[in-house]
Design a protein around this ligand. Sequence first.
Ligand code: SF4
Ligand code: MG
Length: 332
Amino acid sequence: MNLLSVSNLNVNFHMKEQELAALIDVSFTLNRGERIAIVGESGAGKSVLGFSIVNLIGKPGYIASGSIKLENKDITQMNLRQLQEIRGKRIAMIFQDPMMTLNPVLTIGDQLVETIRSHTKISYKDARNIAIEKLHNVQIASPEKRFDQYPHELSGGMRQRVIIASVLLLNPDIIIADEPTTALDVTIQAEILQLLLAICRDNGVALVLISHDLGVVSKVAERTIVMYAGRVVEEGPTLEIINDPQHPYTQGLLNALPQMTLPGQRLNQIQGSMPSLAERPSGCAFHPRCPYATERCRQEQPSFIYSGVSSVACFLVEDMLNEFAEQDKEVN
Ligand code: SF4
Ligand code: MG
């Protein structure tokens, strides 16, 4: 059984004038211990998806249809008590800004001890020892000293390490990390990602890494899901997607990576920008930005096909596959 299966998830925003679709027919699975990435530009629906998984979509957003199954229990059908039971303990979230999770008026140590003691009845001293051991596990130097400090006394990278330590205290099955390194310096980013990778691998924790940067996820995630305007457009093994992207949007994201640009050259940004929810283009929503768009793309929504590399929703790929099949017929 999959640890998590999201099926035909639709999330809407209920506005005064209209219903806006934020996620359309999103489906994917996650196995125990697996690491997947969700990538796309800002506005693609990645964070909405992350929050939906723990049923934390705030108003005016709501889950309109579909299911999110944690093993065999549907999260979309859970009451508040059942949701509180899984949040943190089975599915934990890490955000871009650690200050969203840390309490500024409590010391690092008090926050960790409080988390431990809210779930296990042990003495302060024992909880303190566990907390210091966890700080040590996330490679924080002089954990005894950090234990007594306040969040603002720590660097951004160190704060994100504390978050990872606190998330680990509850032994979750899944960590959802939404742009966990975006606010950090490049060198620190790499360290935190390596830490997250090691922690998940060593503890058998599954990871959903949300990022706008395909380069970042390629080092961590085994499978990648590319999103555009609320839909999944391509999904497959990360290495194959990086080596041979099928969807024109995935190709654009890869070409735009700084590593793909020669020194002195301008960044190869994808022309145009992500449409707002209220202005989703007809047919394939990527068509106004796609160099291969045809009349059909403007009118119809492509369905998923397997390209041999990945699962992809694009008429261009579909036509190419059909052509190959025709040629095959002629040869035989
Ligand atoms: Fe481009 Fe058409 Fe493919 Fe959409 S379906 S990505 S517009 S070729
Ligand atoms: Mg986001």
